[in-house]
Write a protein that binds this ligand. Structure first.
Ligand code: 48H
Length: 261
């Protein structure tokens, strides 16, 4: 059979459009496909929650690919080891309490598990604003990252979700947008973004899980964004906390979704 180039084009555009439209009304929309966002998405999807992740870059995985200073091995601590078992990523014991995993295996496995569980990842799409209905933040305003990068004057599109997850890492972009557009009305002690503190792996790893919570009504923070928003330490190239934070974000949202049933 001869291949028709235009049929290939139609197949791509029609199936992408169908997928995007299907996911334009969601239970949970996640901004950022780093380890925290992906892990949150996976934990939600395996409980049959309708979830999509919007990622600015071509590749997903955020800061995980580079391990520490481009040595593509990850370290996880005692608690992080449990989640590697859960997502079936292999690791080696470096010494008691310190385990190493291959960054590529970790991201590709997480991505495969998440997509097979039903997560839709939309890469090359940036979150540029939030949608408001009355006082309620209820969606993400999206544009092609290429439009953003070229500073083109092109209006965005919008998707609706019951819950939003801020998983954009250190810059906490989604929460910054909320503060800029709505004011410093966060559920933090100051109402504003408190700001990330210097490196302290032991504290940062613990704090990132504690700080994974609602930061604005219906908006949950996870990963490095959680420590930036609530004012806690960075932890350097140790990734257990990111995965555990994603898992915690999912369980907090699941509790809320259950109360609405
Ligand atoms: C769409 C966006 C937008 C936007 C950003 O940086 P990440 O890997 O974030 P986490 O929190 O999952 O993991 C943090 C970890 O990688 C890290 O940096 C650590 C542990 N640092 C410790 C230290 O001490 O330095 O992923 C965030 C993702 C990226 O892929 C961005 O491209 C994406 O979010 N993103 N996507 N719209 N507006 N902003």
């Amino acid at each position: 059979m001869n291949l028709d180039d235009v049929v290939i084009t139609r197949a791509i555009v029609e199936s992408f459009s169908k997928k995007f439209l299907e996911y334009s009304e969601l239970d949970v929309a996640i901004a950022g496909a780093g380890p925290a966002g992906l892990c949150a998405a996976y934990c939600l999807a395996r409980q049959k929650v309708k979830v999509a992740v919007f990622e600015r870059k071509l590749s997903i995985g955020g800061g995980m690919w580079g391990g520490g200073m481009m040595f593509n091995e990850l370290v996880v601590g005692q608690e992080g080891k449990g989640i590697l078992d859960e997502i079936e990523v292999s690791y080696r014991t470096y010494q008691e309490g310190y385990y190493t995993a291959d960054a590529v295996e970790c991201i590709s496995t997480l991505c495969s598990k998440a997509t097979k569980a039903g997560v839709k990842v939309f890469n090359l799409i940036s979150v540029e604003d939030v949608m408001l209905e009355g006082e309620k933040v209820c969606g993400l305003v999206l544009n092609w990252s290429a439009v953003e990068m070229a500073s083109l004057h092109v209006d965005p599109l919008t998707i609706r979700a019951k819950y939003l997850v801020e998983a954009t890492g250190h810059p906490a972009e989604l929460i910054k947008i909320i503060v800029k557009k709505i004011g410093p009305k966060l559920l933090t002690p100051t109402g504003d973004i408190v700001g990330e503190k210097p490196m302290w792996a032991d504290m940062g790893e613990k704090e990132v899980v504690e700080n994974t919570k609602e930061a604005f009504p219906n908006v949950y923070v996870t990963g490095m964004a959680a420590n930036a928003v609530f004012g806690a330490h960075r932890m350097g190239p140790i990734f257990g906390g990111m995965l555990l934070s994603g898992k915690r974000a999912a369980s907090e949202i699941l509790k809320k979704l259950k109360t609405q049933e």
